[in-house]
Structures are given as C-alpha cells and as structure tokens.
Design a protein around this ligand. Structure first.
Ligand SMILES: Nc1ncnc2c1ncn2[C@@H]1O[C@H](COP(=O)(O)OP(=O)(O)O)[C@@H](O)[C@H]1O
Ligand SMILES: [Mg+2]
Length: 390
C-alpha cells in the first residue's frame, strides 16, 4: 500500500492520517516539532522545516505523492522536487494560486471570473489612492503567508491605511488592496480532483467568520438560491480543471448583499469548511484528498443528514480550570450524538484546538447545539446556563 507525504504537522495532517489508517495507507508527515498534532499520531515523522529543501527531499523519498497541510512551502523548492521526479500534488503551477493572493486575483480576473476590485500596494500612496477611488474602508492583505485572518487589515481611512502599509512594507510583507465587499454571508464550494480528471463537489456550505477566522460551518448553506449553488459548484469544478488542481480544493466565496458571488480565495488542501463531512458526508475531505492524490476513483460526497453544523473549538482567553478530559465527559453526558474531534494542541486564545459536528433536521436547532457544545469545550461554560453539578 502507498505512502503519502504531507508537508506540515497540523490538524489537517492529523485528520488525513486518520483517513489513511482506514485505507491501509501510511501518511508520513514533515513536522517542525515532535508534539505537532500529526507528529503525535503518525509513526512516520520527518522532523524539519517546510522551508528546508533537504528536509522536503527526505520527506519525499520513497513516497507516492507529496501533498500539503498548508500553503507556505516556497514555490522554488516545489519546482526543484518536481524536477527530481517527486509527485507534488497539487502541482506547483496550480498551488501558486493558493499561495499568492495577487497571482490568484490576477489570474482569475484575466479568466473573466468574479473577484473584488484589487490592486498591488507598493507604497502608502497606492493604498491611500485605492481608498480614495473606491471608498473607505478598504481591505489590505498580505500577498503570501496569511491565514485565519492574520494578514488581513481593514483600515477605515487614509491615515490608518498609510500606517498599516508603512508598517507592513517596512517589515518586508508584500501587500494588495481590495474593496471591502458588502457581504450577505460567506460560502465555500469544495471539490476534489484526481490526476485522471475525475472531480466531485460537496454541497456548498455557509461559513461564519469571527475576527477573520472560521468559527462555524453550516452544510448545506441554508436557503441558498439553487442557481447560485449550481454556479458555485460549477465554478469550483471549472477552476479545479483549468488550474490543474489535484486533491481537495476549497473555493472561498462572498455572497454579496445584491445576491452575486465573488471569489475570495483558493485553498488547495483539506480546509476548515470541509470538516463537517467527516461525520456529515458519505466521504469526507480527508479520505477524498488521499483518493485524489493517489488517483483512486473518488468517493460519494452525499450528505448523511439534512443539516450538519461544524463548530470550531477555539482556545478561550484564559484556559478553564476544568481539564479538557472532564469537559469531554460532561459534553458526552449531555449530547451523546455530538461528534468531537480534538487536535492534541495546547489551549491558547483563539487557537483552533478541535471541532464539533452535529447532524439533524432543523438548521437553528442543530446550529445552537453545535455552538453550545463547542463553547462548552472552549470555556467549560454552558451558554444556556445549565450546570452539571446542580
Ligand atoms: N474584500 C473583503 N471584503 C469583506 N470581507 C473580507 C474581504 N477580504 C477578506 N474579508 C474577511 O476576512 C476573512 C479572511 O480573509 P482571507 O482573505 O480569506 O484571509 P485568510 O487567508 O486569513 O483566510 C474573510 O473570510 C472575510 O471574512
Ligand atoms: Mg480565507
């Protein structure tokens, strides 16, 4: 049975390992630290940095495919690996558009696809000029390396834009500016594609962001217009084929207040907006990602319930005195149907340390239960005032 190498030892690699176990495969991880979430569970760990070509080579040796739990590997390293015969999947010429937000915006607008108005920012004057032209606030973004809202700023006026631009350019961060889109909500269209060219989408989901970070996902997106849903799935399928993506890809979308779709960003790997499918779909994204990079036929993506809600367990500002283990006991006592996934990470404010999936029929009921469960796991407080010791 094949070995797949995943670069990065985070929770995405950990959950991909979990899927590899079921398929009788081996997931080798390139992890920075032995206690990274995936390094804790894989028997096949290469310790090293994703910026070190030799470490990447060691991790790739003897493996059938090299894939990713984040997009931070330098493109030139990936090209070197390809030249040495490593099956880098997704290939670097596709992955580029998930690594570099300017390249992605430029490519997609050249293809006539809907993206927010944007420009590259190489001076304070460029940021201020963009705001004067398009109206404040604007959005400034790090072109590379951002995640979970780190690398996104929304200056309200020219002074704030100039300050952020000076600071970031001064620190060597490349920037783009784009209009702040009037959002009805955010959506994600996920797809997986194999080298053979087979592709399968999951239903389009709604993603709820808090402080720039995904907090809740509702699958499928409630009350989404059928035509918009079809448009989003077709967009994901077309992008996956046209860019030559292999593996899972999330297309993060904005649904605007006037009912149109704009593409926000692409992630070419398992993605937080696909975690619901671990329990809520016949085939989840981690198994599908492995099937895709190994060029197996893809699995059935159908949902198993009318509604699945995924709520992230985020580190509280101060870790509760009650242990995680005890919190889990109480949660299971109260909600036997809640499916919990913990990542083996220490609790730090706003850090993604796990998630909860709840399935059901009624969006409002399922969402309240999933969020109540996740909040309990984060804070050891029940949002409805219930006390386990009363
Ligand atoms: N142009 C925009 N207009 C409105 N909100 C935005 C815009 N760009 C980003 N955001 C908000 O910030 C979040 C994070 O931005 P994103 O570009 O997806 O960065 P990250 O790589 O950190 O996920 C988005 O999910 C959205 O909530
Ligand atoms: Mg994003």
């Amino acid at each position: 049975m094949p070995t797949v190498t995943m670069v990065g030892g985070g929770q995405l690699a950990r959950m991909t390992h979990q899927a590899a176990v079921a398929l009788g495969q081996r997931l080798r991880v390139l992890a920075e630290r032995p206690d990274d979430p995936a390094a804790q569970v894989s028997p096949d760990v290469v310790l090293g940095s994703h910026t070190d070509l030799d470490a990447l080579r060691r991790a790739a040796t003897g493996s059938h495919a090299l894939t990713f739990d984040h997009e931070h590997v330098p493109t030139e390293h990936l090209e070197a690996l390809v030249a040495e015969g490593v099956a880098v999947l997704p290939p670097p010429q596709a992955l580029r558009f998930a690594q570099d937000k300017l390249a992605m915006r430029t490519e997609l607008s050249a293809r006539g696809l809907p993206v927010p108005a944007f420009t590259v920012v190489e001076s304070e004057a460029a940021a201020v000029g963009f705001g004067e032209e398009h109206g404040w606030p604007i959005v400034l973004k790090a072109i590379r390396g951002g995640y979970d809202g780190r690398g996104v700023w929304m200056p309200e006026d020219a002074d704030a834009a100039a300050k952020i631009t000076a600071e970031q350019l001064g620190a060597g961060v490349q920037l783009l500016a784009e209009v702040r889109v009037p959002l009805k909500r955010e959506l994600s269209a996920m797809v997986a594609r194999s080298p053979y060219g087979q592709a399968a989408t999951w239903p389009v989901v709604e993603t709820v962001q808090r402080r720039g970070q995904c907090a809740v996902v509702i699958a499928p997106a409630p009350d989404l217009d059928e035509d918009l849903a079809a448009e989003a799935e077709e967009l994901a399928l077309r992008l996956a084929a046209d860019l030559g993506v292999v593996g899972a890809m999330a297309v993060e979308l904005f649904e605007t207040t006037d009912g149109t779709l704009l593409i926000n960003e692409l992630a070419m790997r398992p993605h937080n907006s696909g975690h619901w499918g671990m329990d809520g779909a016949r085939t989840g994204q981690f198994e599908q990602h492995l099937r895709a990079v190994l060029d197996y036929p893809l699995g059935d993506t159908r949902p198993l319930a009318p509604v699945t809600v995924m709520a992230n367990i985020l580190g509280a500002p101060e870790a509760p005195a009650m242990s995680m283990d005890e919190r889990l006991h109480h949660l299971f006592a109260r909600m036997p149907d809640a499916k919990v996934h913990l990542y083996g990470k220490g609790e730090r404010p706003d850090r993604k340390i796990g998630h909860v999936n709840v399935l059901g029929d009624d969006v409002a009921v399922v969402r309240e239960r999933a969020e109540r469960a996740a909040h309990w796991m984060s804070y050891a407080v029940w949002t409805d005032g219930w006390d386990p010791h009363e």
